[in-house]
Design a protein around this ligand. Structure first.
Ligand SMILES: Nc1ncnc2c1ncn2[C@@H]1O[C@H](COP(=O)(O)OP(=O)(O)OP(=O)(O)O)[C@@H](O)[C@H]1O
Ligand SMILES: [Mg+2]
Length: 222
């Protein structure tokens, strides 16, 4: 079972005149099957922390270990491969390709992970069916509702079956019922043995998660 372990993560953004310490000395470990919510006000460092967990942003100090591998000790050129293998990302603003259909948005990720042609098409259909979007395969993002777009992005995050799902404010742009649907799908993803970390300031997610930690001014305080 894949777990992710972050130890003493600190991120300092060096600006022209000041250094911004966005995350300081944060340690966090997840278990397979569990959803951890990182809560905290705007600017507290949530996105920064998630980006370091997801092999996107190099910590200034500290380590991230996935499957026993210290991510940031690897060769820079290995990071995209680690990211593809281990991490599925979900964003507040969906980040779908506007010119591609729902199915194609999922297919491009599958292509990156080595699945091509008809096999990718079939797998994209299966993933979208799982999130309730079988009737929307050929719709482009502009013709989908916010909740539907977020479900496409969940299907895309699950493409290639990564063991870690990281979500940045996945419910922030959604009404209560669409937010619940998203959390139900993340619950399902966890139940299949994945680790899910969501960062949010949406208190509606509380009943859906196993554990909440609080980020305040870059520090994990609980
Ligand atoms: N690329 C950057 N360069 C400099 N400072 C940054 C950069 N990205 C974030 N920061 C600063 O780091 C701090 C944490 O930002 P971050 O985006 O991680 O917060 P957040 O908790 O995700 O906020 P929000 O809830 O508004 O999304 C903020 O003070 C922000 O201004
Ligand atoms: Mg953020």
């Amino acid at each position: 079972m894949t777990t992710i372990e972050a130890t003493a993560l600190t991120k300092v953004y060096r600006e022209a005149t000041t250094d911004v310490v966005a995350v300081r000395d944060a340690s966090l470990a997840t278990a397979a099957g569990e959803i951890v919510a990182v809560m905290g006000p705007s600017g507290s460092g949530k996105t920064t922390l998630l980006s370091m967990l997801g092999c996107i942003l190099r910590p200034t100090t500290g380590t991230v270990t996935i499957d026993g591998q210290r991510v940031w000790d690897s060769d820079e050129r290995d990071l995209p491969r680690l990211r593809r293998r281990y991490v599925g990302f979900i964003f507040q603003s969906f980040n779908l390709f506007p010119a591609l259909t729902a199915a194609e948005n999922v297919e491009v990720v599958l292509n990156l992970k080595g699945l091509d042609g008809r096999a990718a098409r079939r797998e994209a259909g299966r993933l979208l069916e799982r999130v309730g979007l079988a009737p929307r395969l050929d719709f482009r993002p502009r013709d989908l509702s916010g909740g539907e777009k977020q479900r496409v992005s969940i299907a895309r995050a699950l493409a290639g079956d990564p063991p870690l799902i990281l979500a940045d404010e996945p419910t922030a742009n959604l009404d209560a019922s669409n937010g619940e649907q998203v959390m139900r799908l993340l619950r399902e993803a966890a139940a299949q043995g994945r680790s899910v970390v969501i960062v949010t300031h949406d208190h509606r997610v509380a009943p859906w998660v196993d554990r909440t930690v609080l980020l305040e001014d870059g520090r994990l305080v609980a």
